[in-house]
Design a binder for this molecule. Sequence first.
Ligand SMILES: [Zn+2]
Length: 64
Amino acid sequence: METKSEFKFLLCPRCGGKTRTQVKKNTVLKEFPLFCPKCKYVCEISFGNGKIENIKTPDAKTQC
Ligand SMILES: [Zn+2]
């Protein structure tokens, strides 16, 4: 039996950690500010078709 939640956490595009943002596979986000509690990083993402489609990083020069 399928007991898996239909919600899943978005992963931080920077460190790969779980953010506190949950999405469903039919969720659509546009220019959504995604905050990562692990590396305290915020980036703008667009989400559609069950995956992150576009990531806008305000401080792209910063390296890990
Ligand atoms: Zn992170």
